[in-house]
Design a protein around this ligand. Sequence first.
Ligand code: EPU
Length: 430
Amino acid sequence: MDLLIISGGNPLSGTVAVSGSKNGTLPLLAASVLINGETILENVPDIYDVGTMIQMLRALGVKCTFIAPGTLKIDASDIQTASAPYDLVRRMRGSFYVAGALLGRLGQAQVPLPGGCVIGSRPVNFHINGFKALGADVEEKYGVMQAQASQLRGAKIFMEPRTRSVGATINILLAAVLAEGRTIIENASREPEVIACEQFLKQCGADISNGQGARLIINGVDELHGCRFRSIPDRMEVGTFLYATAVAGGDVTIQGSQPQHMDMVVRKLRNAGMKLEVAADSIRIVADRRPEAVDVITAPYPGFPTDLQPAHGVLASLANGTSIIEETIFDARFNYIDEIIRMGASAKVVGQVAIFKGTAKLSGAPVEATDIRAGAALVMAGLAAEGQTEIDGVHFLDRGYETLTSKLQSLGARIVRRGRADTQEALCLA
Ligand code: EPU
């Protein structure tokens, strides 16, 4: 297993380009199953989770070919099966998106139920209830969701505003675009990744519009045609570089981002005393002081993203004062805290709330990443800490970050990867 080794205490400086979004690209890959023809996706990040989804599409009989770096041609004309392999669903929960797409395209889907997850219990009941509302017969047997419908029909589907689901919104959308009649999703998730999926489907001929508030109106169409579409920039990667600079210090410009997706994060960092300059497609952060303590409550977009909660925890552990972080989306997303406590952070977790008493310095230590965002937070802690940090569990970072090590090196970070180089690029280009 690879390790990341960081010698901390070095400020970051320079310009870094953001890659395509993991959570924005996975739904597009699944959505291409709905299209009886060729689709070209651009800005596809070379990361492990995208590789897994490409393997999933190939297992279904969908042709996927990289025609240039980051540009993927997908042809689902000859889709062969509605059964998704367990090994791929097990690796990545996002692969459950093929359920809605297969149901929409073939009128059936056999997709293993994703199991537990280190960041919390992550059931798929909202997805399944949505498929049922659209008229599918769904059985959960032997660990597999088996759904079928001779004809899906539009329906009105409600989500609770506080527990709206990104994944269920996308899965229901994928099932509904080719259904007969009108589907309305009340309190649909409005994350940029969901909206990108809607835009892609519209460009392929789907009839999707927005009603008042977070109402999504989908009028079923007979078929979709292929298109060329560019995946949105990864707002979590943008946030990762912003927070890394905020805690390590320095002056960094993140290029190719869509700053309008970052409003809440920019606000929190400004409240923490960071200087941020927001331009049309870039954000510059100047971090020339110790951060001030700032409280955060995670919430669906446009609230503060749960995926950057661990990053804010690192900032809070170094801030001047006491910060309170409340995690409202996932029930086990404070795992990283025990690791940063080993680096000298002072924090206490009470249920879904973590209280951080800021300390002026962290010290390097061997630590272990338990998921993608916990891993990114440990990298930030390592960059800020005095001495050497060794991060185990690097494969989690490979799931969601493209060339993170070399991007940080280009900003002056003293970070190296030790061990076998990852072979994902070879897999994706196969
Ligand atoms: N939920 C249910 N039932 C469902 C679906 C969700 O109870 O059927 C609950 C979940 O357990 C959770 C909450 O609803 O407590 C929100 O979950 P949601 O469905 O919105 O999350 P997701 O679709 O599983 C995506 C991202 C996550 C990101 C969340 C929240 C992808 C592939 N994953 O997950 O990203 O944290 O939305 O924004 O898009 C990551 O990238 O590291 C990551 C975990």
